[in-house]
Structures are given as structure tokens and as C-alpha cells.
Write a protein that binds this ligand. Sequence first.
Ligand SMILES: NC(=O)c1ccc[n+]([C@@H]2O[C@H](COP(=O)([O-])OP(=O)(O)OC[C@H]3O[C@@H](n4cnc5c(N)ncnc54)[C@H](O)[C@@H]3O)[C@@H](O)[C@H]2O)c1
Length: 246
Amino acid sequence: MRLLDKVCIITGSANGIGLASARKFSSEGAVSIVCDRDKELAENAAVSIRAEGGRAYSYFVDVTDRQTVEAMVYDVQTRLHRIDTLVNNAGITKDARLINMTEEDWDAVINVNLKGAFHCTQVVAKHMLARGTGSIINTSSITGVYGNFGQGNYAATKAGVIGLTKTWARELGSKGIRVNAVVPGSIATHILDTVPPEQLDKIKNGCWLKRIGQPEEVANVYAFLASDEASYVNGATIEVSGGVSL
Ligand SMILES: NC(=O)c1ccc[n+]([C@@H]2O[C@H](COP(=O)([O-])OP(=O)(O)OC[C@H]3O[C@@H](n4cnc5c(N)ncnc54)[C@H](O)[C@@H]3O)[C@@H](O)[C@H]2O)c1
């Protein structure tokens, strides 16, 4: 068990990649902290992980609301006395071309994907610094590296997440905290619900593995980065896209 007794906070883990990760982390011996703004789904996730024999707790967290982040971290510290991993996984899209993008949609995506990661990392890093150890994993996207039609707000946040990763890896590395980014391609979750079928076919054809990825395939990489096997991996951006950019 690669994550035995590690306490791992995963934001946006009521669904999709985050949920697959909470399952994976618990199966590797971790205590998964399932955080989501969907309270009921988060609780269902924790209940199902416990039913499978894993350890998990659910928390209502809206990553844009610092108080909910602080309350969760305080409770986890009080209950479990350690935080080993933070996965800044919560993310949203609100797509529109430049000409049609509303200020509300711009702000909403920046607030969740970028400011949310800042809130969670700043609050958790204080506890990791006190212990002198930790792994922080940020979720970017290939859209953040290559851009994507109609996703200016999302691309800006996902590029920003890479900048944050490299900056925090420099600031925190000497204190025992590793910071890395995972860069998923197209993964079969609700986030693809709004993508038309013909566009999904194009995505599959553009990927050298000729398929969409599964949430578990990203969760496996998160688990590696959270584990001591990744002890010399810091400031890295690991693409999990089936080689779509080749
Ligand atoms: N699925 C893909 O194709 C893909 C590709 C590249 C990157 N990503 C990134 O992976 C991450 C996970 O995406 P997913 O596909 O699993 O999405 P998803 O929509 O299936 O799950 C996202 C979860 O985040 C939660 N969430 C949203 N806003 C939140 C907030 N303010 N506070 C707390 N929780 C919040 C949602 O309730 C949901 O449970 C995101 O950062 C996304 O940008 C996904």
C-alpha cells in the first residue's frame, strides 16, 4: 500500500477524476478527504468508499469560499493530526468565444480553477510547513498548454495553474513539500457533457491511443505523485492525454 495512513485532501472529489482518486487513494491505504460543493454527493462518495473497506470523510467545501476551506482543514487537523497530500482537482468550464464571453463566466472559472487552488494551497501549506513534508498536486489541462477554441477563461486558469506549480515548487521544495501538476487530455467525466458527439469523435481521432481517457487513469498519476515513490519529482507537469499533443 503506497499511501498507507497518509491523509489526502482531494477537492472536487464527489464526481469524475476526483472521485476516482478518492477511491484509488483509499485503496492504497490513505484516508481520503472528499471535498466538494455538492455536499450530498460528497457524503455518498465517502459512504461508498467506507463500504468498500476504505477510509474516507466528506466535507462541504466551496474552494472559492476561504472560510469553508479553513473549516475543513481545521477539522481534518483536529481529527487526524496530519495532512500529507492536497490535490487541487476542483474545476469548472464555462465556454464561449472571446466575443461572447460574459464577465460572470470569466470570473466564475477564474475563481474556482485558479483562486480556489490558491485558497486551498495557502491554508494547507501552513500545516505542511509545520511538519516539513507534503505533496501538492495541481490539475491543469492540455487546454492550458495549447489553448482551445471557445475556452479562453479555462485556458487562462489551466496555464496559470502550471505557473503556480512551478512557483510553489521553488518556494516550498526546500521545506520538504513537493508541488507538481497533472495535465489531463480528454477524460470521460461530466465535464465533457456539453461537448457535441462529433467533437468527441474528433478528439478520439486526434489522440494516438484513439480513445478518451478514464478518470482512473488520471487518479493513478495523482497517486504516484502523492506517494514516496515520487520523492524526487518536484515542479513537474505530467501529461495524461494518450499523447494527444504529439
Ligand atoms: N474531464 C476532462 O476531460 C478534463 C480534462 C482536463 C482537465 N480536467 C480537470 O480535471 C479536474 C476534474 O474534472 P472532472 O472532469 O472530474 O470534472 P467533474 O465535473 O466530473 O467534477 C468536478 C467536481 O468539482 C466540483 N466542484 C466544482 N466547483 C467546485 C467548487 N467551487 N468547490 C468545490 N468543488 C467544486 C463539482 O461539484 C464536481 O464534483 C478539473 O480541474 C478539470 O478542469 C478534466
